[in-house]
Each structure stands twice: as structure tokens, then as C-alpha cells.
Design a protein around this ligand. Structure first.
Ligand SMILES: [Zn+2]
Length: 267
């Protein structure tokens, strides 16, 4: 039994636990180029959650990891088979219901650990703010290392590229498809460009139609991925996020939570 994982824990244990923090991982079920499984985001969210919560638990955090939500928003992936969609409003309702369950169970610090770029969750935090006793925290784990990404990886990863493939090679290598030569059975993950410069430069946004953006749903070259890079990714995620979870567990919810009470820093 790993007592920080709700699915592995019995009521006999849970009823004695003064949990402070719940972590809700969010995944997705969708194609990932030709080589990674549909469950990639689910596996990632679950494994990141398990590693972070284990380390935080060992450092004294009163933390519980919830089961991963296996579906996410896939409205712009519908040209691909079995990209299982929850509309943003549906997903928001699911999260709101689970948040209320946590509040009923006495847990008011809730971390949404998101693995899927199509899950746009900040509006959920805004919508629930003031309507629930819970304090919500959002972590898109795949963005946590953006400032040092190039120290770990050669190619940018938008979807099923070097970062995700390295993660898969480290933690679920048996599910990564290879060709007869032993290479990754993936295309280059090269995206098509928009006809509008403003979109290319990020001045104007769209929700990208993935069947027009990509050839086989992958966006980002996966071919230099290694298991070692995946392990280093996790090490750095733990380095940054475990102290947060431990502090969050210890921090009392008072009037100024989650801000400090001392005077603001002068410029
Ligand atoms: Zn993914």
C-alpha cells in the first residue's frame, strides 16, 4: 500500500488522516504521433502525481493523490479517431463536483495537476473563486521547466515530441512503438504553418485544428528522446514542485492565504 494514493488506501487508514492537500491529476485520451499510446497524458499525470506525492508524503506533507481524470478537451482533435472529448464546460463541471466532495471531506487545498494542453483550466479557478471554501492551485507540469527546457532537450515539444517521448521511454517504454530497425515508429512531428504571420508570431490565437496542423497528430520531433532525459525531467520536476506541496500542506488557511502577511517588498 502506498498510503498517499487514494486508490490503494482503505477507509481504515483514510479516516485517521488529517489530509491538508489533495492532488487531482488530469490527463487525456488522444493520439500521440504514431509511436506513443493514447493514454500518454493519463500515464504522465498519474506518474508525476505519484512521484510528487510520494516525496511530499515522506517529507511530512498530509497529502492525498486522487485518481486521474482520463478524458480531456479534444474539440480540435475530432478528425482523429477516438480522441475522447469532454467539452470545456463539462470538464469544469466534473472538477467543480470533485472540489465540493473534497471540501465536504475537509480538504480545502487542492492542486490540479494537468498533463494536457487542451485542458484550459484557469477559467475553472476563476469561476470557482469565492464560490467554494477550497483554494485551487493549477500546475501544468509540462510548463514547469520552460525556462531550462533547452538544458534537457534538443527539440521543442508541443505534443508527442522529445519531452513526452523521453517521459514515455523512462516510465512506460513497453508502450512506445518501434519499427523493425528499432527506431521510433514516428514521423518527424513537423507542424504545418498558418497562412497568417500574426498567428505564426503568436499575436493572434486560434484553437488549432490538429489534422491541419500535423501529419499524424504529433507536433515536435521525438527522435532524440531518451529515457535518461525523461528521468532528468522528473528529477527537476520534483526539485521544484515537492517543496511547494510540503509548504502548502504546512501553511494554515488564514485571511491572507496564500499571500505573506509581512509588508510588500519595495521596488
Ligand atoms: Zn500528451
Amino acid at each position: 500500500m502506498r498510503p498517499w494514493i487514494l486508490q490503494e488506501t482503505s477507509y481504515a487508514y483514510v479516516k485517521e488522516q488529517p489530509y491538508e492537500v489533495a492532488v487531482l491529476p488530469l490527463g487525456a485520451t488522444e493520439p500521440h504521433n504514431l509511436h506513443l499510446p493514447y493514454g500518454t497524458d493519463v500515464f504522465e499525470a498519474t506518474i508525476v502525481g505519484e512521484k510528487l506525492c510520494e516525496a511530499a508524503h515522506e517529507q511530512g506533507a498530509k497529502i492525498v493523490l486522487l485518481p486521474t481524470i482520463p478524458y480531456g478537451t479534444e474539440t480540435n482533435m475530432q478528425a482523429f479517431p477516438l480522441a475522447m472529448n469532454l467539452q470545456p464546460s463539462t470538464l469544469a463541471c466534473v472538477i467543480a463536483d470533485l472540489v465540493e466532495t473534497l471540501v465536504t471531506s475537509g480538504i480545502r487545498k487542492i492542486v490540479l495537476l494537468n498533463s494536457h494542453g487542451g485542458n484550459d483550466l484557469k477559467p475553472v479557478l476563476r469561476e470557482l473563486y469565492g464560490r467554494t471554501e477550497a483554494h485551487l492551485f493549477l500546475c501544468n507540469w509540462y510548463r514547469v521547466l520552460s525556462d531550462c527546457y533547452s538544458e534537457l532537450f534538443t527539440h521543442a515539444d508541443d505534443h508527442a515530441g522529445e519531452m513526452e517521448t523521453s517521459f514515455a521511454l523512462a516510465y512506460f517504454p513497453d508502450l512506445v512503438r518501434r519499427n523493425e530497425q528499432g527506431q521510433l515508429a514516428a514521423d518527424e512531428g513537423k507542424p504545418h504553418r498558418s497562412r497568417f504571420e500574426a498567428i505564426e508570431r503568436g499575436w493572434v490565437g486560434i484553437t488549432r485544428p490538429w489534422h491541419l496542423l500535423t501529419t499524424n497528430s504529433g507536433c515536435g520531433n521525438p527522435h532524440e528522446a531518451t529515457a535518461e532525459k525523461g528521468h532528468e525531467l522528473m528529477r527537476r520536476l520534483e526539485e521544484r514542485l515537492v517543496p511547494f506541496l510540503v509548504e502548502l500542506s504546512r501553511s494554515p488557511i488564514d485571511e491572507s492565504f496564500p499571500f505573506r502577511r509581512d509588508a510588500p517588498e519595495s521596488e
